[in-house]
Design a protein. Structure first.
Length: 315
């Protein structure tokens, strides 16, 4: 446990450094899944490591040791964590749990609000055309989800580009991209070192929708033109108001209107050949996840062994 308990706290640094290369080099759907699973697993392993360190400090307290019939002499001799480290771990874990709970509550409220808003949109069809000169297009998850497009956006694009836009928005709803973004946001809230993974997933979900639209349209350049023209139209018209916090759109906006996202990178990716999965980043990600799992299990096993050893003198 002396080393294994600390490694899960360091592995997110490797994941953060590899997040953008993985987002660029892997096929978007695989990259999204891999980054989301990695962020969730690393956040859980880091929290478990903090919990083990906090517990290792808790059993040093005489009252806790007496309740568990533990030998304080053995605990002080074999415990890998100094009391100061245990207290710091407990503080960090408390902050992480509180922040994650708050973020989860906000996400649940946002999803309920999105479902309600989708249900209140006029008409029975999935597509809702809003009479608004400002160029805007986004998808709202719901039962069912809805796609909202303004007349300003329809005017800015030609009919072929309309097909690309709608295919992109349908991919967001069909593949539940808001869930991937939400899970990585929760992971990044629990462990701020994982924020690059959340940023990467926000990008790969858009790339996933781009590739789905290109497959539906049969023309990658057509989708690239639609994205570029939509970005220019949105910049010119600067649509007023506020998107629902769960909306995802052609320009990659999620929760905020501050920026259209990394549009040039997406356009460049669509103008390049179809992405292919590369074994090296995939193998590296799997190796980090495997090492994290092994270290977490070893730390838990060693802590259990410490407790069993500390109980021995009182049997």
């Amino acid at each position: 446990m002396r080393l294994a308990v600390y490694l899960p706290l360091l592995f997110p640094l490797l994941a953060a450094a590899a997040a953008r290369p993985m987002a660029e080099r892997l096929e978007p759907r695989l990259a999204t899944w891999l980054l989301t699973v990695s962020a969730t697993a690393l956040a859980a392993a880091g929290s478990a490591a903090l919990a083990l360190l906090a517990l290792a400090g808790a059993v040093r307290i005489p009252l806790v040791a007496d309740l568990g019939h533990l030998s304080q002499r053995i605990i002080r001799r074999d415990d890998p964590a100094a009391l100061s480290i245990a207290l710091l771990a407990a503080l960090l874990l408390t902050v992480a749990v509180a922040a994650t709970a708050r973020m989860l509550w906000r996400r649940v409220r946002a999803l309920i609000g999105a479902v309600t808003e989708a249900a209140c949109l006029p008409g029975p069809d999935q597509l809702v055309v809003r009479d608004d000169p400002a160029a805007e297009a986004f998808a709202i998850p719901g039962l069912p989800g809805r796609i909202v497009v303004s007349t300003g956006m329809l005017t800015a694009l030609d009919p072929d580009e309309h097909q690309a836009l709608l295919a992109h928005e349908r991919a967001h709803l069909r593949c539940h991209h808001y869930l991937f973004v939400t899970f990585t946001q929760l992971a990044a809230t629990a462990n701020p070192l994982l924020r690059p993974l959340a940023t990467a997933v926000a990008y790969t979900t858009e790339r996933w929708a781009d590739e789905s639209a290109a497959l539906a349209c049969g023309d990658r350049h057509q989708v690239a033109r639609a994205i570029g023209k939509a970005a220019l139209a949105t910049t010119r018209t600067r649509p007023p108001g506020r998107l629902t916090t769960m909306a995802m759109g052609l320009l990659g906006r999620f929760h905020t209107r501050r920026a259209p996202g990394p549009v040039p990178r997406r356009v460049a990716a669509l103008l390049a050949p179809c992405p292919r999965n590369r074994p090296l980043p995939l193998a590296a990600a799997v190796a980090v996840l495997a090492a994290t799992a092994v270290c977490s299990l070893e730390a838990a096993y060693d802590f259990h062994g410490l407790l069993e050893l500390a109980r021995t003198p009182r049997r």
